[in-house]
Design a protein around this ligand. Structure first.
Ligand code: ATP
Ligand code: MG
Length: 324
């Protein structure tokens, strides 16, 4: 059976970038019979901020977003990596397999440092791709469905797996990256849609909140709406959002809006997004009525993840020799 590992940081509500970038692939693979493991990377919250604010609340809301999008806990394991000590122990040998220069060259780490809310860039910022290798390799997955920003990290993971195997004998697979058709959805300001950048459309927002975010989106003064990603990136991004939600061609939507200007464009996008998300939001509201189910999903997922991690750590120690 194919095993899939991927996950998110509990830093805020999941948004359309997550949905089209990775979440819909997770649900599809789960429904096709793959074994899916989802890590909620809570320790990684403190890579780019001083405090992990409302960690439990963010974690529970993340699970609500998963359930609303169609993740089924009977088939998919959802766990928090801080609850799995054996997974975290993999970080030590893994860090010994990458050089300081390699950690410093990572383009995603550089981008995240530029957007960091931390008072000073911490060592964890540089080493978290190795921690992520532990999050991934502990369950020996075949496939990792993620957004474009994760591609350099997956290379670190594959390098660590290869070097570990070369040095100590074969233990780990080299998991493949699975990019969706939308590996980088931009937010309302034209940069990567991100939980932390105030430019995202959350899956669980109300229709009014959604309208307010889209109203603030950057556009341009040209009243005629055209789909020209190279010369009109902001307008093109809004058209792409609507096209994804309606499963339509962005050129066709642009022609339909014609010379209605930014206001008509934003109305169209708001309707498209709200219509698309309505069923997910209804399911989310149902699950939100009783959080004890969400907590049970996490308890069960942590138990399963601990069993997998302990077995892998045993293998790692045996391969390395003399460790206990
Ligand atoms: P943060 O700002 O806290 O880092 P984030 O929005 O980047 O939040 P993560 O938890 O870091 O979200 O990412 C979770 C997964 O979602 C990763 O696989 C990432 O590649 C994917 N992802 C996040 N944002 C986007 C996006 N805008 N387009 C496509 N994929 C995305
Ligand atoms: Mg991120």
């Amino acid at each position: 059976m194919t095993r899939i590992l991927t996950g998110d940081r509990p830093t805020g509500p999941l948004h359309l970038g997550h949905y089209f970038g990775t979440l819909h692939n997770r649900v599809r693979l789960q429904n096709e019979g793959a074994e899916v493991v989802l890590v909620i990377a809570d320790y990684q919250v403190i890579t780019d901020r001083d405090l992990a604010d409302d960690l439990l609340g963010h974690t529970e809301r993340l699970v609500l977003d998963y359930l609303a999008a169609g993740i089924d806990p009977a088939r998919t394991t959802v766990f928090t990596h801080s609850a799995v000590p054996a997974l975290n122990q993999l970080l030590l040998p893994f860090l010994s397999l990458v050089s300081v220069a390699e950690l410093g060259r990572n383009p995603t780490v550089k981008d995240e440092i530029a957007h960091s809310r931390q008072s000073a860039v911490s060592g964890l910022m540089y080493t978290y791709p190795a921690h992520q290798a532990a999050d991934i390799l502990f369950c020996k997955p075949d496939l990792v469905p993620v957004g474009q920003d994760q591609a350099p990290h997956l290379e670190v993971t594959r390098t660590i797996a290869r070097r570990f195997n070369d040095r100590y004998g074969h233990v780990f697979p080299e998991p493949e990256i699975l990019l969706s058709d939308t590996p980088l959805l931009l937010g309302t300001d034209g940069t990567k849609m991100s939980k932390s950048r105030g430019n995202a459309i959350p899956l669980g927002a109300t229709p009014d909140e959604t309208a307010a975010v889209i109203r603030r989106a950057t556009t341009d003064p040209d009243r005629r709406i055209t789909y020209e990603p190279d010369t009109r990136p902001h307008v093109a991004n809004l058209l792409r959002l609507a096209a994804l939600c309606q499963d339509r061609d962005p050129y066709e939507i642009a022609t339909e809006i014609g010379d209605g200007g930014a206001a008509a464009l934003k109305r169209h996008v708001t309707d498209a997004v709200n219509t698309f998300l309505a069923p997910m939001r209804a399911r989310r509201a149902e699950y939100a009525r009783d959080l004890s189910y969400v907590r049970e999903v996490l308890r069960e997922g942590n138990k399963r993840a601990n069993a997998i991690a302990e077995a892998t750590l045993d293998e790692v120690r045996a391969a390395m020799g003399g460790f206990r």
